[in-house]
Ligand binder design. Structure first.
Ligand SMILES: Nc1nc2c(ncn2[C@@H]2O[C@H](COP(=O)(O)OP(=O)(O)OP(=O)(O)O)[C@@H](O)[C@H]2O)c(=O)[nH]1
Ligand SMILES: [Mg+2]
Length: 608
């Protein structure tokens, strides 16, 4: 099944050295052995010569199905979907080398064993006499997977280790246990974060993000620190407490409330034995699962790869070894590219495709501007109610009527901007676009990657800043949104602050802290309260450059009257024998068209 390619970090390894490794992939070994001693010698000699770890994956028939080379803690696992075999375990074992004389399995090794349900995970020290250890999954009293390690032992004993016995025992004795069969079981996540003063539930939002990503939150620890510990994020004493708590809670995943460096991540992984994902990777993961349009998917994948690139450069993260789960999922249910050699190529491919998409969007925007249809953009913190409000307005005033996609009580329910037309009776039409929600500590790469989407905001004539007025952190959320707006150069746009969800407020009065300096209105997208007032405000605030014209329009161009009604204000219409006489205020661009057709009676300039 192999394509004879060695994966992972093979840069700088001589061709002949690689060919010797590749040749192994043609081999078959005695299925009863854990490892053929000759093959094992090839692996350790590779590691002693290059200083790089190598991992071999062998199936139950003794076929060598994959080989990967990596730095001390990065060995890729390839695209083999180990979880899809007919066995309860993966049906594949992993034997890998450690440079030097380290003959014990690391916590990352053990966590890979668990995550991938490997038949077993073995390590051999590259230094003579090549001692090693092997670990198996075994059922504990509760029928849950626990880990048993054999060794360290000498090389001969390791190679001939009766690996099949524990595997059979587990598969036979626990045929009924759901733990082994339920592949959709959520990852158990433990949260950590730093707190400032007086925050009531510092990790509430992180917990919501983790759940949105499909994890089950099993515990949380916070520490009051001004800034993260450079080595381990939390202080060293706290990390000891954490490591114990993670084990007790049987967490597979540790989620950090801030972005951490690759070194911090690796240390935390080694100290706790859980895979570590930071806030940025978590948000990117959610975005990846939410992106629906091609553009959205490209933007997220780009941000993910840019996040990964520097992390795969150094000694790296365990991500590529661990194969699956939160933080490793790309858009459209793909697995993220984690091979460094391919990463840069993929990044430039995406950038090229995105620039095409941007050009297309730019053309769209220009065609819209031809008649100056004003554009309103909803902005706001995630879950503020932008989509709900937008669909409510479309239901009430959209020309097509009918149901429209509403909101969801999930973070980042909306990722791709949707633009709808609103027609207010007796007023002009405008376009309303619903955009991606903002969040505290929004990953920077994401802001950059979502440039095209955010351009929609920058291009808007008026912003509706939607706020969940019933949220306990509403003020902080408003500040976050304002900060992002200024980051993308939209701070000078006219804004109406829409204090939403007033139906949920305990008292009738709005918290004065929420009342902004500029225009604002209190509404409920659910009950519809305040929406008319909002629209009145919109129509009076939309900055439009209207020019006053008198024109005589031929009858066959009667639709122009309709257009004048929709885009401007019509003062009088007279149906004469030679055409329709109209006096109106219309957008400059439309006036230009009328003038070119020779319909205007005055010079089309502004009389006022
Ligand atoms: N009680 C109440 N709930 C509301 C109101 N408006 C929205 N919601 C709820 O708030 C949740 C989030 O609404 P969405 O419209 O998805 O929020 P959003 O701002 O579009 O969120 P993202 O797309 O994730 O950024 C949903 O469960 C809505 O039903 C409101 O006026 N009152
Ligand atoms: Mg939304």
């Amino acid at each position: 099944m192999s394509n004879n390619k060695i994966r992972g970090n093979v840069e700088g390894v001589s061709r002949s050295r690689l060919e010797r490794l590749e040749a192994l992939l043609q081999m078959q070994m005695d299925a009863t052995l854990l490892l053929d001693p000759e093959i094992g010698k090839e692996l350790v000699s590779f590691t002693s010569e290059t200083g790089r770890e190598v991992a071999l994956f062998v199936d139950r028939r003794g076929r060598l199905i994959d080989l990967a080379v990596g730095d001390a803690s990065t060995v890729g696992l390839g695209d083999h979907d180990l979880r899809r075999g007919s066995h309860r375990l993966a049906g594949v074992r992993c034997i890998h080398t450690h440079p030097g004389s380290s003959d014990q399995l690391s916590s990352v090794d053990l966590s890979a064993l668990r995550q991938l349900r490997l038949d077993c995970m073995a390590v051999i020290a590259a230094a003579e006499p090549h001692r090693g250890s092997v670990a198996f999954l075994v059922p504990n009293d509760l029928g849950e997977p626990a880990i048993e390690v054999a060794g360290p032992m000498n090389y001969e004993r390791l190679c001939s280790f009766a690996w099949k016995e524990p595997v059979d025992f587990l598969e036979k004795s626990h045929t009924a246990s759901p733990v082994w069969t339920n592949k959709e079981e959520p990852e158990k996540a433990f949260l950590i974060g730093l707190t400032g003063t007086g925050e009531e539930e510092p990790l509430a939002e992180l917990a919501q993000l983790a759940e949105t990503a499909g994890a089950l939150v099993v515990g949380a620890i916070t520490q009051r620190l001004d800034k993260p510990d450079p080595a381990t994020y939390l202080g060293s004493g706290k990390v000891r407490e954490l490591s114990l708590a993670v084990q007790v809670a049987r967490a597979d995943l540790l989620i950090v409330d801030d972005e951490v460096s690759p070194a911090q991540q690796r240390r935390l992984e080694n100290l706790t034995g859980a895979r570590v994902v930071d806030r940025t990777a978590l948000i990117l993961d959610i975005f990846a699962s939410r992106a629906r349009t091609r553009e959205g998917q490209l933007q997220v994948e780009l941000a993910q790869l840019q996040y990964l690139l520097p992390r795969l450069m150094g000694q790296g993260i365990a991500l590529s070894r661990l194969g699956g789960g939160i933080g490793t999922r790309g858009p459209g249910e793909t697995k993220l590219e984690t091979d460094r050699r391919h990463l840069r190529r993929r990044i430039s491919e995406i950038e090229a495709e995105l620039s095409q998409v941007r050009k297309h969007r730019e053309r769209l925007r220009q065609s819209r501007q031809r008649f100056d249809m004003p554009l309103l953009s909803m902005v706001g913190y995630t879950n503020a109610g932008k989509s709900t409000l937008s669909s409510r307005l479309v239901d009430m005033y959209g020309p097509q009527g009918g149901p429209s996609p509403g909101g969801e009580d999930k973070l980042f329910a909306t990722l791709d901007p949707t633009t709808r037309r609103i027609r207010v009776p007796g007023q002009f039409d405008f376009l309303l676009s619903d955009t991606v929600g903002f969040i505290r500590k929004l990953p920077h790469g994401l802001v950059r990657a979502f440039r095209a989407t955010l351009e929609e905001i920058v291009a808007a004539d008026l912003l509706l800043h939607v706020v969940d007025a019933a949220h306990s952190d509403a003020v902080e959320q408003m500040n976050t949104v304002e900060k992002v707006l200024s980051e993308i150069g939209a701070e000078d746009k006219p804004v109406i602050t829409v204090l939403n969800k007033i139906d949920k407020l305990q008292s009738d009065t709005i918290d004065p802290m929420l009342v902004p300096k500029g225009a604002w209105v209190a509404v409920s997208a659910h009950t519809g309260e305040g929406l008319e007032k909002l629209l009145t405000m919109v129509t009076s605030l939309l900055p439009r450059q209207l020019v006053t014209v008198d024109a005589l329009i031929p009858y066959e161009q009667g639709k122009m009257i309709d257009q004048a009604h929709r885009l401007g204000k019509v003062h009088c219409v007279k149906y004469q024998t030679d055409g329709i006489l109209i006096g109106a205020e219309i957008p400059q661009a439309l006036a230009g068209v009328w003038q070119k057709e020779g319909w205007t009676l005055t010079d089309g300039g502004n009389r006022e």
